[in-house]
Design a binder for this molecule. Structure first.
Ligand code: ACO
Length: 429
């Protein structure tokens, strides 16, 4: 039972009351921290379907309305009018920067883009055909072996230096992982370029010639980074927080987040969506695939459709669709996959199955198509996601460390194993 600001629980005939707390927007939460002490019972919530694990003022999602806000600003406005550097500042510091603050922040990040030279030897220990996410996990974790002066998490200055280092070095690490996999020389960062242009040059440039980046592609990539910058308490962010709750250093925590993001249920869906669109190939085949997605006896799902939180159009997908048009125009691409994507979306959005189940395109529906058109191999898609999400991870990690109520994350369980029994020596078994 819930009244305005308390919830009453009746268990074993006894009543206990719990405070109901309100955020600035979003569902109320029942503060059950004293539940075990008061009743001896735990709650059971695998997958955290109904559990708020922390307080946060970074990102707000209303899945029913299709709203995503960073520090209160709608994602559409940020993607349209802001830059990835500005959004990074916003997520880290809570407010949009003044011009001078943005210039200082951008300069600070560019000054941290180089990697310790010894780290290039580290790359050479990997097989050339290693998945770039495997390299990312290894190299980012290894940063803690190189940057000892920013691993004291009790020092806010060191925390900020580590955050800047992670945001700045991630493009270098990601581009080097790509270069290593294709056998090309590493390209060193250039501080006169924007964050995104520098990354693109390190990825696609070669020492033998100048690299020219179409401004439309630079803008598209920057926007893709904005769209992936943070997404509240998703699996990888929760992993970073959980790792950080023990006091682990930030480089180790972000490596843990990268490992979690690597999973196909999290960072890998855009590759699956692209493969599906290519497999469909022509608009005439769309009805066949829609019928398969609706067939209970067929495990096939429309990839890039549906979301655990969004039961409306994913606001990031709207921006992605627009970005796809711009990229195809800039590169003069006439790929049937675009037409297939547009028509598939339209047919699904008008189909009662998808309407009833509130299945809408998510961010992954268009992103794989865009990244592939720009020239990224599918292996790199999740790496780009990790690069952009690093900002969200470090901002969330900083928020957690500064929270006086922060405790080591230690979920409980419903034990279903054997009760106590006596050990039987192996000779008697
Ligand atoms: N195509 C067809 N049917 C679908 C789809 C889909 N893409 N997604 C959900 N459904 C149906 C399910 O079959 C289920 O039907 P039922 O109620 O008759 O059994 C119903 O909709 C609810 O689906 P759930 O899997 O229970 O919903 P949940 O919230 O757990 O899943 C998920 C969300 C995993 C994203 C799901 O929609 C899906 O598999 N989508 C395709 C994969 C994808 O695009 N993933 C990217 C997510 S975004 C991100 O991670 C950045």
């Amino acid at each position: 039972m819930m009244s305005d600001n308390t919830a009453k629980l009746t268990l074993g005939g006894a009543d206990t009351n719990y405070a109901v707390r309100q955020g600035t927007i979003g569902p109320d939460v029942i503060d059950i921290r004293k539940l075990y002490a008061s009743t001896g019972a735990f709650t059971f919530d695998p997958g955290f379907m109904s559990t708020a694990a922390c307080e946060s003022s970074l990102t707000y999602i209303d899945g029913d309305e299709g709203i995503l806000l960073h520090r209160g600003y709608p994602i559409g406005q940020l993607a349209e009018q802001s830059s990835f550097m500005e959004v990074s500042y916003l997520l880290l510091n809570g407010e949009l920067p003044s011009q001078a603050e943005l210039a200082t922040f951008t300069r600070t990040i560019s000054r941290h883009t180089m990697l310790h030279e010894q780290l290039s030897n580290f790359y050479r220990g990997f097989r050339r055909d290693a998945h770039p996410m495997a390299i990312m996990c290894g190299v980012v974790g290894a940063l803690s072996a190189f940057y000892h002066d920013s691993t004291d998490i009790s020092d806010p200055h060191q925390r900020m230096v580590a955050s800047h280092r992670l945001i700045a070095k991630m493009p270098t690490i990601a581009a080097m992982a790509y270069k290593y996999s294709i056998g090309q020389p590493f390209i060193y960062p250039r501080n006169d370029l924007s964050y995104t242009a520098n990354f693109m040059r390190m990825t696609f440039g070669v020492p033998a010639e100048d690299y020219h980046l179409d401004p439309a592609i630079e803008r598209a990539m920057d926007r893709i980074f904005i769209l992936h910058a943070d997404h509240e308490q998703n699996a990888s962010t929760s992993t970073v927080r959980l790792a950080g709750s023990s006091g682990a250093n930030p480089f180790a925590c972000i490596a843990a987040g990268i490992a979690c993001l690597w999973g196909p249920a999290h960072g890998g869906a855009n590759e699956a969506a692209l493969n599906m669109l290519r497999e469909i190939g022509r608009p005439e085949r769309i009805p066949e695939y829609i019928a398969r997605a609706k067939d209970k006896n067929d495990p096939f799902r429309l990839m890039g459709f549906g979301h655990r939180v969004y039961k409306n159009y994913d606001p990031r997908a709207t921006v992605m669709q627009q970005t796809l048009r711009e990229v195809f125009d800039a590169l003069k691409i006439n790929d049937p996959v675009f037409e297939v994507a547009l028509q598939l979306e339209e047919m699904a959005l008008n189909d009662p199955y998808f309407i009833d189940k509130k299945l809408f395109p998510n961010v992954d529906f268009y992103s794989g198509v865009i990244l592939s058109a720009i020239g990224f191999p599918t292996d790199m898609f999740t790496v780009l996601f990790a690069l952009a999400r690093t900002v969200g991870w470090v901002a969330q990690w900083n928020e957690m460390i500064s929270d006086p109520e922060q405790k080591i994350g230690r979920p409980r369980q419903l034990y279903t194993g054997p009760t106590q029994r006596d050990y039987v020596p192996v000779s008697k078994r």
